[in-house]
Design a protein around this ligand. Structure first.
Ligand SMILES: *Cc1c(COP(=O)(O)O)cnc(C)c1O
Length: 448
């Protein structure tokens, strides 16, 4: 047993059997002659139904004690549990120093502590033509709180938001929860997964508030070029909407295209970028990230967006002060070697799995990823006998092989499947063998 445990994995045992079964109350009576006046919120249920965690827990439930194989969790992206994806010692040092200093025991301001905001500004300014100031930065509980905050700030009656058809589903969840209509735009697999800009123009209207892009793109694994991002900026300006750019994977690039921050185009259109240390430093459990307002023309101030963000952050939980105090050292002291080594391992995993998948004709990966930690594949159902869709594929795969992959439906697009490659090499080999025997059992017999 490794010293790390995968906290999302079921252990096939719970504490329940130790507890005495609770009596379920009759719905109508509370024993005092009255009815209970409260109940759970349906909006949360709808919003969470599209979350990765809920899809994965359904898949894990489908795994089987009787299949004599360990569960291979290749559905979510958290390499931190594997020894080959250990975080940098400099980052660990920064956190332990912060903890021991005794200077991180207090509450922090809602927007984050000044040294952390300043450090993020300096860190982002390395790649930007204009200067971000500490005031342009808000410290958040990971990138997730950035997503939540910006969508909640922008939501208003009848508003809609443009989201890519394949994306980290928390965007969907928060749009659903805050009743912002989701309009999906296409990504073009045959054109390096570029954004279908004509399609965007067709679906936007006067109630569109923003478009979200992910760069580098989880799950497609592409990195947008300067030229393409410039066109995105020009399109957004024409439509009068802001661009929200999720750049949480900016340190996870192992292909040819260099990372271009969307903030470069802020003189054309106001841009909010979201980031965190979760993926780059392999510490998603640390829960610290940021929002950066790239806005040399002060649009966010005049439209009241900045004020709303501050208001919302003042009533939300803050990231731990320990991490806020550590953040400047994490950003400044981590050496390039750390990122290079991590990215080399990912690249080797991608190379191996991309080639291996050529032997599985029903899973087609249109383009070899050059970033992030996934392979996204199109599921060719016409080759399979008794599989109805991506969810059915993943459910049966979990049940028969204890192999968990993420159905595309969870990322917004049916009949695609995402495979995480941020795991130990031996797990990928094992996963591939299981995938092959699963497909062999379900492939249509050839009639000649
Ligand atoms: C993982 C991920 C997030 C969430 O990041 P945290 O910093 O862990 O909150 C956001 N967006 C994308 C695209 C991700 O892959």
């Amino acid at each position: 047993m490794s010293q790390h445990t995968n906290l999302l994995l079921p252990l096939f045992e719970t504490d329940q059997d130790k507890e005495v079964e609770r009596k379920t109350e009759k719905l109508t009576l509370n024993g005092g002659g009255s009815v209970w006046r409260f109940k759970g919120n349906r909006a949360a249920k709808e919003a969470a139904s599209v979350s990765i965690k809920s899809v994965l827990s359904r898949l894990f439930e489908n795994c089987s004690k009787d299949v004599k194989k360990t569960i291979l969790p290749l559905g979510h992206g958290d390499p931190s549990v594997y020894p080959c994806f250990k975080t940098s010692v400099d980052a660990e040092e920064a956190v332990s120093e912060s903890l021991r200093s005794g200077a991180a025991n207090s509450y922090a301001p809602g927007v984050g502590i000044l040294p952390a905001r300043r450090a993020v500004a300096n860190y982002l300014n390395r790649d930007l033509p204009h200067e971000l100031k500490s005031d342009d930065i808000f410290i958040t509980v990971g990138c997730c709180q950035g997503i939540e905050t910006i969508i909640h700030v922008l939501s208003c009656p009848k508003s809609n938001i443009l989201l890519p058809s394949l994306i980290y589903p928390l965007y969907y969840s928060h749009a659903i929860y805050s009743q912002v209509e989701i309009r999906k735009y296409d990504l073009l697999p045959d054109q390096d997964w570029e954004i279908d800009l004509q399609g965007i123009e067709a679906i936007a209207d006067d109630n569109t508030i923003a478009m979200v892009i992910a760069n580098p793109h989880n799950p497609c694994g592409n990195v947008y070029t300067y030229q393409h991002l410039k066109k995105v900026a020009e399109m957004a300006k024409k439509l009068g909407i802001m661009v929200i750019s999720d750049e949480v994977y900016k340190h996870t690039i192992y292909g040819e295209n260099p990372f271009v921050p969307m903030g470069i185009f802020a003189s054309i259109v106001p841009v909010v970028t979201l980031g965190s240390v979760s993926k780059g430093w392999l510490v998603p459990g640390w829960r610290i990230g940021w929002m950066a307002m790239h806005d040399p023309n002060n649009v966010f101030k005049t439209t009241g967006v900045v004020e709303s963000i501050k208001d919302l952050l003042n009533i939300s939980p803050d990231p731990s002060t320990i991490l806020q105090v550590a953040l400047p050292n994490i950003l400044e002291k981590t050496k390039k070697d750390f990122f290079d080594k991590k990215n080399l391992t990912l690249r080797q995993n991608v190379d191996m799995m991309f080639d291996a998948l050529k032997e599985v004709p029903c899973l087609v990966c249109p383009k070899k990823p050059e970033s992030c930690a996934y392979l996204v594949t199109k599921l060719d159902l016409s080759l399979l006998e008794d599989i109805t869709d991506d969810v059915d594929f993943c459910m049966k795969l979990a049940r028969e092989e204890n192999l968990v992959l993420l159905p595309g439906e969870a990322l917004g697009k049916k009949n695609w499947v995402r495979i995480s490659i941020g795991v130990e090499r031996s797990m990928l080999e094992d996963a591939f063998a299981r995938l092959k025997s699963f497909v062999a059992r379900h492939v249509k017999s050839q009639t000649t």
